[in-house]
Ligand binder design. Sequence first.
Ligand SMILES: *[C@@H]1O[C@H](CO)[C@@H](O)[C@H](O)[C@H]1NC(C)=O
Ligand SMILES: [Zn+2]
Length: 299
Amino acid sequence: MARRGINMPFLRAALSFPVLLLLLLPPGTEASGGTWCYATQDATCGPAHWKVLDHQCGGANQSPINVDRKTARRNMQVNLGSDISVSGAGLPAVYNALQFHFHWGKPNGNGSEHQLDGNQYPMEIHIVHMHSKYTDIKDAATDPNGLAVLGFFYKVSDTDNTNYNTIIDGLQSVSYSGDSVDLASTFRLDSLLPSENLLSRYYRYRGSLTTPGCAEAVIWTVFEDPIPISSSQLSAFVNSVHFSASGQTEVKMQDNFRPVQALNRRRIYASKQASMSSGAIPALSIVLLLFPLLAIRLL
Ligand SMILES: *[C@@H]1O[C@H](CO)[C@@H](O)[C@H](O)[C@H]1NC(C)=O
Ligand SMILES: [Zn+2]
C-alpha cells in the first residue's frame, strides 16, 4: 500500500528565529490530489508515477535538471546587493523566505536533485521563497513567477561544519514522521550557506516544485559552490530520519530526491561570476528584460 507523502524534514522560518524543525509535507503537496512517495518508500508511487497522480509532473518545464554548463548563457545582469544575507538577486520581485529543506541519498551515495555537468552531489538544500504579493503558496503555485527557490549543493569535507550543529542536534528529535522540535538556540540562515563572496556564482532557470503537484511556478537559482559538511554530519541526515511514523515499520528517509528532468526548450543562465565551460554562448540582451534587478528579502 502506498504511504502518505510525508517526506521531507524542513525548517519553517517564521518571522523570527528560533525555528521549528519538523517532518511535514513539502510545499505544494497539499495542492495535489494523489498519494505520492519516493521509490525507497514504495516503488508503486515513486517519481516515475507522479505524472499519473498529477499531470503537472509530466510538464515540459520540470525540476530538477542537470545544469549543463556547455549550454548555459551568460546573464549579464548580475545583481547581488551588498545587503544580501543569503541569496541572489535579479528576480522580478521581492520574495520572502518560507522554509528550507534538504534532499539526500543513501549512505555513501549521492542525493542532490540538481546536477552540475552531470555530477550529482551528496545533498542539496532548498530555500523556498514566495513572491511578496501572495500569502498562500497555493496561489503562488499558479504563477510562473510565484516562487523562487535557492538550491545549494553539499560536499564532504574533513572537518565538521559547526554552523550545522543546531540542526543536526535537532535531527535526533525529529526521527519520525510527524515529529517536531523547537530549536533551542537561534541561528542565522546565512550561516548555513557558503561565504558571501561565493554567492555571486549561480545558474538560473525556470522550473517547478520537485514534489507533486510539481507546479511550474519556480524561478530556480542553483549555486555553483557546494557547502562543506563532514561525512559524520552527512550521515546524521541520511541515517537518523525516517519516512515512517513512530511505531510503524521503520523506513529510513533515504534517496528523497527526484531524478533530473528533461530541459526541453528551456535555457539556463549563468551569473557573471559563475564558471562556464569554454563552449558557452554569451547571453542575448533580451536576458536583461527577463531578469530585472531586485533583491530577495528574508524574513
Ligand atoms: C557521486 O557523484 C560523483 C560525481 O559528482 C561521482 O563521481 C560518484 O561516483 C558518485 N557516487 C556514487 C556513490 O554514486
Ligand atoms: Zn526541495
